[in-house]
Design a protein around this ligand. Structure first.
Ligand code: HEC
Ligand code: HEC
Ligand code: HEC
Ligand code: HEC
Ligand code: HEC
Ligand code: HEC
Length: 291
C-alpha cells in the first residue's frame, strides 16, 4: 500500500515536472520558429536535385559518387518506395528494379549495353560505346558474326549488387574474356591469351579477331573504331578485302590464292552464298569451322 502511494506521488510530481519542461521547450521552439521565418527554406536536397538540366541533378551526383545507391536507401527505403522520407523513387523510375533497372545507367529502351555509355555518350567512336551494337544486336544485318554475349567480354552480372558489378572508380567497365576468345581450332596448338588495352581500346590475341590457325594472329581491332575491322582483317588480306585464309600470303590447301569470297560457298555453303554474302551469321565466328 505504502509503495503504491509513493508511486502515485512520483507520478503526480513527475508529470508536473514534465509539463513545466515541455512548456519551456515549447517556449524555446516558438522563439526558434520566429527566426526561421526570416531564414531561407531548409531542404533535404539541393535546389535542382530533381531537374536533369541542373548541375545539382541527382543523376550527376550519383555518377560522380561512384554509383552508390545505398545512401539513398537509408531514407528512401530498401525498395526505394519512400522509406522514412516518404518520397518514392518509383514514380519516375518505373522500370523493373526502379533505380536499379539495368538500362538506367547504361543502355536504352532496346538493350542494356551502351549506347548510352556511363558518361551519357552515344557515338560508336566514344570509348564507352564502341562497337557493342555490331557484336550484340539481334538484327543480323548489323553483324558479320554470331551474336556475342556479354559474358564473352565481361564477367556475369546477376544483379545490381553483384560483387563483380561496379568495381572501378573511373566510369569504365571490367573486361574479362570467356571461352570464345580463348577458342582453339582443331589442329592448332596456340592457346590465345586475349588482352584489352583500356588506353588504346585495342583487343589483342583474341580467337575472334584472327588468333587461330591460318588467321591473322597479330591483328588488333580498335573497339571504338568501326572501320578498323573489314573483310580480310581477321583472316585473309585486309588491304584487298579477300578473306582467303593464309599467314603472310602463304596460302595452304584446301585454300588457294585464286579463291575469292565468291568461291567460299563451294565448301562453306552453310555460312556464305555464291555472291560472297554471309547469310548465316550464327555459324560465322561460333568457334567451329563449318564446311
Ligand atoms: C537523409 C535522408 C535522405 C537521403 C540520404 C536521401 N534523401 Fe532524397 N529525399 C529525402 C526527403 C525527406 C525528401 C522529400 C523532401 C525534399 O524533397 O526535400 C527527398 C526527396 C528526394 C527527391 C525528390 C522526390 C520527388 O518526388 O520529387 C529525389 C529525386 C531524391 N530525394 C533522390 C535522392 C537520391 C538519389 C538519394 C541518394 C543519392 C537521396 N535522395 C538520399 C531524404 C533523403
Ligand atoms: C546505378 C547505375 C547502374 C545500374 C542501375 C546498373 N548498372 Fe551495370 N554498370 C554500372 C557501372 C558504373 C558499370 C561499370 C562497372 C565497373 O566499375 O566495372 C556497369 C557495368 C556493367 C557491365 C559490364 C561489366 C562490369 O561489371 O564492368 C554489365 C554486364 C552490367 N553493368 C550489367 C548490369 C545489369 C545486368 C544491371 C541490372 C541488374 C545493371 N548493370 C544495372 C552502373 C549500373
Ligand atoms: C522526379 C522524378 C525522379 C525521381 C523522384 C527520382 N529520379 Fe532518378 N532520375 C530522374 C531522371 C529524369 C533521370 C535521368 C534519366 C535518364 O538519363 O534517362 C534520373 C536518373 C537517375 C539515375 C541514373 C544516373 C545516370 O547518370 O545514369 C539514377 C541512378 C537515379 N536517377 C536514381 C534515383 C534514386 C535512387 C531515386 C530515389 C531516391 C530517384 N532517382 C528519384 C528522375 C527522377
Ligand atoms: C566484344 C566484347 C564486348 C561485349 C560482347 C560486350 N561488351 Fe561491354 N564493353 C566492351 C569494351 C571493350 C568496353 C570498353 C571498356 C571500358 O569501359 O573501358 C565495354 C564497356 C562496357 C560498359 C561501360 C561503358 C562505359 O561508359 O565505359 C558497360 C556498362 C558495358 N560494356 C556493358 C555491356 C553489356 C550489358 C553487355 C551485354 C549486353 C556488353 N557490355 C557486351 C566490350 C564488350
Ligand atoms: C575446297 C573447299 C574449300 C573452299 C573453296 C574454301 N574452304 Fe575454307 N576450309 C575448308 C576446309 C576443309 C577447312 C578446314 C581445314 C582444317 O580443318 O584443317 C577450311 C577452313 C577454313 C577456315 C579456318 C582456318 C583454316 O585455314 O583452317 C577459314 C577461316 C576458312 N576456311 C575460310 C574460307 C574462305 C574465306 C573461303 C573463300 C575465300 C574458303 N574458306 C574457301 C575448305 C574450303
Ligand atoms: C571479326 C573477325 C572476322 C571477320 C571480320 C571475318 N571473319 Fe570469317 N571467320 C572468322 C573466324 C574466327 C572464323 C573461324 C570459324 C568460326 O569460328 O566460325 C571464320 C571463318 C570463316 C569462314 C569459314 C566458315 C565458318 O566456319 O564460318 C568463311 C567462309 C568466312 N569466315 C568468310 C568471311 C568473309 C566473307 C568475311 C568478310 C565479309 C569474313 N569472313 C570476315 C572471323 C572473321
Amino acid at each position: 500500500m505504502k509503495k503504491l502511494n509513493f508511486r502515485k506521488l512520483l507520478l503526480f510530481y513527475g508529470s508536473f515536472v514534465l509539463i513545466i519542461t515541455s512548456g519551456m521547450v515549447y517556449q524555446g521552439c516558438s522563439e526558434l520558429d520566429n527566426s526561421v521565418t526570416l531564414a531561407p527554406e531548409i531542404r533535404t536536397h539541393l535546389v535542382g536535385w530533381s531537374n536533369p538540366s541542373s548541375a545539382n541533378f541527382h543523376g550527376i551526383y550519383i555518377r560522380t559518387n561512384n554509383w552508390n545507391l545505398s545512401g539513398c536507401k537509408t531514407c528512401h527505403g530498401g525498395d526505394y518506395s519512400g522509406g522514412t522520407s516518404g518520397a518514392s523513387c518509383l514514380g519516375c523510375h518505373n522500370g523493373s528494379g526502379g533505380p536499379e533497372s539495368c538500362n538506367l545507367c547504361h543502355g536504352n529502351s532496346q538493350h542494356i549495353y551502351p549506347p548510352k555509355s556511363l558518361n551519357n555518350d552515344s557515338l560508336e567512336t566514344d570509348r564507352g560505346v564502341g562497337v557493342h551494337d555490331h557484336h550484340l544486336n539481334p538484327n543480323t544485318n548489323v553483324r558479320y558474326s554470331a551474336q556475342v554475349r556479354c559474358v564473352s567480354c565481361h564477367k556475369t552480372v546477376n544483379s545490381f549488387s553483384d560483387p563483380v558489378h561496379i568495381q572501378n572508380t573511373n566510369n569504365t567497365a571490367t573486361i574479362f574474356f570467356d571461352s570464345l576468345a580463348l577458342n582453339v581450332l582443331p589442329g592448332d596448338t596456340i592457346v590465345p591469351n586475349p588482352v584489352y588495352d583500356p588506353v588504346t581500346n585495342k583487343c589483342s590475341n583474341v580467337y575472334c579477331h584472327g588468333n587461330f590457325k591460318n588467321g591473322n594472329r597479330g591483328f588488333e581491332p580498335v573497339f571504338n573504331n568501326p572501320e578498323s575491322v573489314v573483310c580480310g582483317s581477321c583472316h585473309g588480306n585486309a588491304t584487298t578485302g579477300n578473306p582467303t585464309p593464309g599467314t603472310n600470303g602463304n596460302i595452304l590447301p584446301p585454300h588457294y590464292s585464286f579463291m575469292t569470297s565468291q568461291t567460299c560457298y563451294i565448301c562453306h555453303g552453310s555460312v556464305i552464298n555464291s555472291q560472297g554474302q554471309i547469310f548465316n551469321q550464327n555459324l560465322h565466328l561460333n568457334g567451329v569451322i563449318n564446311y
